[in-house]
Write a protein that binds this ligand. Structure first.
Ligand code: NAG
Ligand code: NAG
Ligand code: NAG
Ligand code: NAG
Ligand code: NAG
Length: 324
């Protein structure tokens, strides 16, 4: 751990001037620096949809992404911001996920830098030889070079295949730089047994009981391979975070949905699952005015998931989130 006095020194000066007095672990774990090399650089506010101008080479491939920059960003480009990397579903694009989660439409969400990358691995239809875990790490390095990021406050979210990748990330060392993980209708092709993942993480997921793309209780393999039963998968995360004595708290019917929550020790509501009774394969919205809202199977409005995600993220930092 970096001592707080050392952190203050890093924050007070630029990273370059802080280097001579650099604390132990500074080079080994550069993301422990709380504010990043991108501090001081200005950016266009709002959503920068032009993927052609946002790209990095990772694994020899040219990868693109979009960014939503807080409206007041340039008022203080040295203010370290929280960051969400938000992954779209299979066959979709970054703009669709921007319009699904709509973080920018919620006061707390508009404070984040939100990044919307292109395509990732997981199901067996993913392109071979591409590491989207490597891409995520490269992307995070790059974003921290370009933007002022509070490295304590980095999160991942996604829908469907993008949500499945968020789980893949959570189960990987590449996920160590993220404080919490949120998923909607996760396509969990890479997480099909309790012991296939040994990480402890703060996990939020919502899943429609009427999902026919990634069924809540699958009876046959999905398009990308075998899938877990969602009830079981939630219990696996309870076990991973809280051990074999893990006990779920069940909410009962909360009005069209119910929740399953695990809490242990200091890890309050560390696993948080929403089962939505009449929803299909959707990012849940209470207004229906998001990208998925036009789909016939997304009519159920009992949960507005984005504020649930923002509230979940607000409780977790790199320091207090579960780790092993
Ligand atoms: C962003 O790009 C998508 C296509 O990739 C387009 O459909 C959408 O209208 C654009 N949105 C904005 C806000 O420019
Ligand atoms: C990556 O692709 C984008 C969009 O096609 C392009 O604008 C950019 O120049 C490419 N970058 C490199 C290094 O080839
Ligand atoms: C990063 O966020 C943490 C938790 O909210 C806060 O204590 C810290 O001061 C922030 N760091 C910077 C550099 O703003
Ligand atoms: C991912 O990165 C690691 C470490 O740099 C490297 O060994 C590995 O080959 C990369 N994987 C792919 C598929 O590029
Ligand atoms: C949550 O709701 C679903 C759908 O009605 C039901 O099958 C499940 O048993 C409920 N779970 C709990 C713990 O009440």
């Amino acid at each position: 751990m970096i001592k707080s006095s050392a952190l203050a020194a890093i924050w007070a000066g630029s990273l370059a001037t802080a280097a001579p007095g650099k604390p132990e672990g500074f080079e080994r774990q550069p993301w422990r620096r709380l504010a990043t090399a991108g501090c001081g650089k200005t950016h266009h506010a709002g959503y920068n949809n032009d993927t052609a101008t946002h790209s990095i080479i990772s694994g020899g491939l040219n990868r693109t992404y979009g960014v939503n920059v807080p409206n007041d960003y340039n008022n203080d480009p040295n203010k370290a911001r929280a960051l969400i990397i938000d992954y779209h579903g299979s066959g979709g694009n970054g703009w669709q996920q921007y319009d699904n989660s709509q973080y920018y439409n919620y006061p707390a969400g508009a404070e984040y830098i939100a990044v919307y990358p292109g395509h990732w691995q997981g199901p067996n239809y993913a392109p071979p030889g591409v590491s989207d875990l490597n891409f995520t790490t490269d992307l995070l390095d790059h974003i921290q070079e370009q933007y002022c990021v509070n490295t304590s406050l980095v999160y991942a979210s996604g829908k469907s295949n993008g949500a499945g990748f968020v789980d893949t990330l959570a189960c990987s060392d590449h996920g160590d730089r993220f404080a919490a993980f949120a998923m909607a209708s996760a396509a969990l092709y890479t997480d099909t047994s309790r012991d296939s993942c040994t990480k402890k993480r703060a996990i939020l997921e919502s899943h429609g009981d009427k999902d026919t793309t990634i069924p809540y209780h699958p009876t046959e393999p999905g398009r990308g391979g075998p899938l877990p039963d969602i009830t079981q998968w939630v219990s696996w995360w309870g076990y991973r975070d809280c051990g074999s004595g893990a006990k779920a708290q069940y909410s009962g019917d909360l009005g069209g949905y119910n929740t399953t929550i695990y809490t242990c020790g200091n890890l309050n509501q560390v696993v948080n699952h929403y089962q939505i009774f009449d929803l299909g394969h959707c990012w849940p919205s209470s207004t229906g005015k998001n990208f998925d809202g036009s789909r016939s199977y997304c009519n159920d409005k009992s949960v507005d998931f984005t504020p649930v995600v923002l509230s979940f993220f607000s409780k977790w930092t790199i320091e207090n989130s579960p780790k092993n």
